[in-house]
Design a protein around this ligand. Structure first.
Ligand code: NAD
Length: 489
């Protein structure tokens, strides 16, 4: 029996846990303490080739892709197993991801496990085939039947910020649709993926080879072995836009289906009739999990006529952000994932100052925290949308406040970005807020505090924020092929 209280450091290939061929390992670090919490298999291309071969065999030689009822039962077992082991996962997530403990009761843990139930249920009610009416072509009358079938072997490549959410938002629907999977997690969060493998091995009847996990310290080495392999039919990727472009290029040679969830620089538009006292304190949520969320609204657009009034409220909110030890249930912000990210965020802050933006709160490594990759909650004013800190994804606890003149100007600034992942609009008039939201070129928007995130909501980006949608029926169908068969009428 697997010990769920400890992080699993081995690869999971063809139904078995094993070391990397080379026997190499790398250290898994706790970003809050900088301590090594375990050793993890450091796979190479040979290990990846074996995982792909196992997934290919499981797809080609078993009835996994066609036996919907069996799959549904296996996925229900996966959900139940995760539910049973979730207290072990909670602690690991805080240690490995540096996630605030309170988030593990929501989108870093419990709610993600609960939401897996939606796709398990969908397997049972999805219309896997449908008939089209009789049609005459070349004097021949025909019926047509449409079948939805699995794509094949899916390579899932995931980031470190919300590992359980992203891993399950891919693995759940990919398996539910009848595919087999090779999951390559981010080097910083290997345990989250191997935890899922342990649950698959111990709690489910999922056949060997259907689900595989390959961890490595060198993403390019195993990642490119996955994205270029002709036996892989699809890559489902969440991560930065820069890597997304490389994955598209690498998959082009074998015309892979590529599904991309990429970066964001989302705008929160607060119109001049909004209730500032109600709306603006929430903007400090930019700092949640160190701002390491792709859909966080990191550009705040405030009307020029009420700019000073808004900034006074924001300053108070940012000074009151609870941050530090992620085990402290009060804290909404823990550390950045690693030193490189911490330095990257601090580098952006310096660049913002150099380009003329003014720091209102924060901007440094917190002097009171000796260990850990922390950055202070940071608020910038007098930001022009052309500045680097308004255009590039910082992925840190940094909010930039940009003034606008009227609704048209707000829409223009919001859309002046290579990204289009999310956003929000607030106004005393829902009609006015909705009109602005409809003009914003972005995949998800909250109006007047409405939350769009749910297992049945399609999530994804316009422009360079991605291709395709995750979650919802749209997300499930990313993992399906369409076959049309003609039959005589
Ligand atoms: P990243 O792009 O550096 O890495 C993402 C994954 O790709 C990791 O598993 C990494 O090991 C792998 N990878 C890196 N180079 C590769 C290559 N050449 N071939 C194959 N795989 C490769 O991103 P990150 O730093 O892990 O995560 C942060 C980024 O993810 C941010 O840009 C954030 O916006 C984005 N993100 C997007 C969403 C979304 O749904 N749109 C969700 C979470 C995070």
């Amino acid at each position: 029996m697997a010990d769920f209280s400890r992080g699993e450091g081995r690869l999971f290939i063809d139904g078995e846990f094993r070391a990397a061929h080379s026997a190499s390992t790398y250290s898994n670090l706790n970003p809050a303490t900088e301590e090594v919490i375990g050793q993890v298999a450091d796979a190479d291309a040979e290990d990846m080739h074996e995982a792909i071969a196992a997934a290919r065999r499981a797809f080609d030689e078993t009835d996994w892709s066609t036996n919907h009822a069996f799959r549904q039962r296996c996925l229900a077992q996966l959900q139940e197993g995760l539910e049973r082991e979730k207290e072990h996962l909670r602690l690991q997530t805080v240690q490995e991801v540096g996630s605030p403990l309170q988030l593990t009761y929501a989108v870093q843990g419990d709610s993600v496990i609960r939401d897996l139930g939606w796709v398990v249920d969908l397997v049972g009610r999805y219309a896997w085939e449908r008939d089209l009416p009789v049609h005459e072509f070349f004097g021949m009358k025909s019926r047509r039947r449409i079948y939805r079938e699995a794509v094949g072997v899916v390579g899932c490549i995931t980031p470190w910020n919300f590992p359980l959410q992203v891993n399950l938002a891919k693995v759940g629907p990919a398996l539910a649709a009848g595919n087999t999977v090779v999951l390559k997690p981010a080097p910083d969060t290997p345990w989250n993926a191997t935890f899922i493998a342990k649950v698959v091995a111990e709690h489910t009847d999922i056949p060997r080879g259907v689900f595989n996990v390959v961890t490595s310290a060198d993403p390019a080495r195993v990642g490119e072995a996955l994205t270029a392999d002709p036996r892989v039919d699809m890559i489902s990727f969440t991560g930065s836009t820069a890597v997304g472009k490389r994955i598209m290029a690498s998959g082009a040679e074998t015309v892979k289906r590529v599904f991309l969830e990429l970066g964001g620089k989302s705008a929160n538009v607060v119109l001049d009739d909004a209730d500032f006292e109600r709306v603006l304190p929430f903007c400090s949520m930019t700092c949640i999990h160190g701002g390491q969320g792709c859909a966080i609204a990191t550009r705040l657009l405030l009307p020029r006529s009420r700019y000073e009034e808004g900034l006074a409220i924001l300053e108070t909110a940012f000074r009151n952000v609870k941050y530090g030890d992620p085990m402290n249930p009060q804290n909404i912000q823990g550390p950045q994932i690693n030193r490189r990210q911490q330095e990257r965020v601090l580098g952006y802050i310096e660049q913002g100052v150099r380009e003329g933006a003014k720091l209102v709160v924060g901007g440094k490594r917190p002097p009171e925290l000796e260990k850990g990759f922390y950055v202070e909650p940071t608020l910038f004013r007098d930001v022009d949308n052309q500045m680097t800190i308004a255009q590039e994804e910082i992925f840190g606890p940094v909010l930039v406040v940009i003034p606008f003149d009227d609704d048209d100007d707000a829409v223009r600034i919001a859309n002046d970005s290579i990204y289009g992942l999310s956003g929000s609009v607030s106004s005393a008039s829902e009609e006015r807020a909705l009109a602005v939201a409809r003009r914003m070129r972005t995949g998800t928007i909250g109006v007047n505090g409405g939350m769009w995130f749910a297992p049945d909501s399609p999530f994804g980006g316009y422009k360079q924020s991605g291709i395709g949608r995750e979650m919802g029926v749209e997300g499930f169908e990313e993992y399906l092929e369409t076959k049309t068969i003609g039959l005589p009428a």
